[in-house]
Design a protein around this ligand. Structure first.
Ligand SMILES: NC(=O)C1=CN([C@@H]2O[C@H](COP(=O)(O)OP(=O)(O)OC[C@H]3O[C@@H](n4cnc5c(N)ncnc54)[C@H](OP(=O)(O)O)[C@@H]3O)[C@@H](O)[C@H]2O)C=CC1
Ligand SMILES: CCCCCC/C=C/C(=O)O
Length: 483
């Protein structure tokens, strides 16, 4: 079993003082990593280290912060095989997907390296030419960055790259189900020579996260995970009035109109929901298909889902791995049972051995069914039928979530019309699950708030300061601008 019992705090390695725990390899079902829990005291020490490092890091010239971020990106690329293997063993997601995601994470660090010396404010024209007024963007201080179990290093890049570029320090807490890659990442941070305390990594479960999100020294929390956990984080943050970015779940609608390029749409639908074994927030888990092509699309989906090869996620021939951990596996099976009980028609898939679930497709799903409303976070597709554009939009918007959406059509006017009306943070047209470091990402409704990636992410980690200078030499009423 691999030993990851040391955590990275204040530029050094120390064991968590709390209970030891293990992470399982979902393919073998066996524990493969040993870790330790950061207690409330350990977390307080990590926050103290980040607090101590914050002023100097915030004053470090942007070009120097950018240089270190570039080095981090290069180190990720140089170690991509090792890091991807660790994430594969922890999460069950296939190796090549993890490799692609970690390479993308490197791109994200490069993008924000370039932003680090470009944080500008604005000059504000006031009502008097004797006053000069301008804004500056300042770092917040200590950030708490919490990632989910499916893509630890990719999610971390979305948070850490802009936080560091803007001059903040960080305490990072990965999921207890997938902590090892983040500790390996800390080793790279250490080798590069980031100043002590700028990046800290603590591990543990809810107890650790609670301590991290309840500390008044934290100035910003960025959280990726489920809405239930997010509510607990929000409550802790509210006690200290700490602002948060929440990247939460989804029930994203992928809409196929009858004029779409069907071959492309079906490939997009299959990849949109079964990539990462469906364990991704942006899974296109509701496929909305127009009446006239419904039966043809369902038949094609059933055939393609049935052909997806399950197996060892390290094997290049494997197309889909297992569910990340036992509790999640049970949850997926419960969602499948609910769909059957609600009258949906299973045309492909179902349970399989170990922690596997076969790529599952349900037809005849209606908007009231639980499968159309609840996130599965597994390889389960709900196929719904719609008649016209307004009903497709209403159906797409008819859940508590608003993370992503897809539109497949050859009609450019319709594509724009529908995109405008969809209540979702991301709309893809004739593509699905495409990513870019420059493109902001985040949700509406219960999918969260705040944005990651793009310059929008950078601004999340800054505070605006306004500076006003009186240039006049005459005596005057000091309160004249107050009205
Ligand atoms: N919008 C987005 O960008 C994404 C959203 N997600 C969403 O994440 C969910 C699945 O991921 P999963 O890891 O199971 O999510 P969880 O909500 O279970 O966990 C998310 C993180 O929160 C931590 N945590 C648990 N309890 C607390 C607490 N009281 N205070 C602070 N932190 C806490 C977890 O630690 P521990 O595991 O140790 O308990 C983990 O690091 C899905 O809903 C999915 O849609 C996933 C990927 C991307
Ligand atoms: C445009 C896609 C952004 C996805 C960001 C976070 C999701 C990660 C995952 O679920 O793997």
């Amino acid at each position: 079993m691999k030993d990851y019992t040391n955590q990275y705090v204040g530029g050094g390695w120390r064991r968590g003082s709390g209970a030891g725990f293990e992470s399982i390899d979902p393919f073998s079902g066996e524990p493969w990593v040993r870790l330790t829990t950061a207690t409330a005291d350990d977390v307080a020490t990590a926050i103290g280290a980040a607090e101590q490092a914050a002023p100097a890091w915030g004053r470090t010239p942007g070009v120097e912060r950018g240089r270190l971020l570039d080095e981090l990106a290069d180190a990720l690329r140089d170690n991509v095989e090792l890091l991807a293997e660790i994430e594969t063993r922890d999460s069950g997601k296939v190796f090549r997907e993890n490799k692609a995601q970690i390479s993308f994470a490197a791109r994200n660090y490069h993008f924000h390296a370039g932003n680090a010396d470009k944080l500008t404010g604005e000059s504000k024209p006031l009502d008097s030419d004797e006053i000069v007024d301008f804004t500056t963007r300042e770092p917040i201080g200590v950030t708490a960055l919490i990632t989910a179990c499916n893509s630890p290093l990719s999610q971390l890049a979305n948070k850490l790259a802009p936080a560091l570029a803007a001059g903040n320090t960080a305490v990072v807490k990965p999921s207890e189900h997938a902590s090892a890659s983040t500790l390996e990442f800390a080793r790279l941070v250490d080798e590069i020579g980031f100043p002590a305390g700028v990046i800290n990594v603590v591990t543990g479960a809810g107890e650790t996260g609670t301590a991290l999100t309840s500390d008044a020294r934290v100035g910003k929390i960025s959280f990726t995970g489920g809405p239930g956990t997010a509510r607990r984080v929000a409550a802790n943050a509210a006690a200290n009035l700490v602002p948060c970015v929440f990247e939460l779940g989804g029930k994203s609608a992928n809409i196929v109109f009858d004029d779409a390029d069907l071959e492309r749409a079906i490939v997009g639908a299959v990849a949109g929901v079964f990539a990462a074994g469906g364990q991704t927030c942006i899974a296109g888990s509701r496929l909305l298909v127009q009446d006239g092509i419904y039966d043809e699309v369902v038949a094609a989906l059933a055939e393609r889902a049935g052909a997806i090869r399950l197996g060892d996620p390290m094997d290049p021939a494997t197309e889909m791995g297992p569910i990340a951990h036992r509790a999640q596996h049970e949850s997926v099976l419960t969602r499948i049972d609910e769909a059957v009980a609600d009258g949906a028609r299973m045309v492909a898939g179902g349970p399989a051995d170990g922690l596997f679930v076969r790529p599952t497709v349900f037809a005849d799903v209606t908007p009231e069914m639980r499968l159309a409303r609840h996130e599965v976070f597994g390889p389960v597709l709900a196929v719904l039928r719609f008649t016209d554009e307004p009903s497709a939009v209403a159906m797409a918007n008819g859940t508590d979530y608003g993370l992503a959406s897809g539109i497949w059509t050859r009609d450019i006017s319709r594509a724009h019309r529908v995109a405008k009306r969809l209540d979702a943070g991301t709309v893809w047209i004739n593509t699905y699950r495409a990513s870019a470091a420059q493109a902001p990402f985040g949700g509406t409704k219960r999918s969260g708030y705040g944005r990651e990636r793009g310059t929008e992410a950078l601004l999340e980690y800054t505070r605006t300061k306004n500076t006003m200078i009186d240039l006049s030499t005459s005596d005057r009423d000091p309160f004249r601008l107050a009205t």
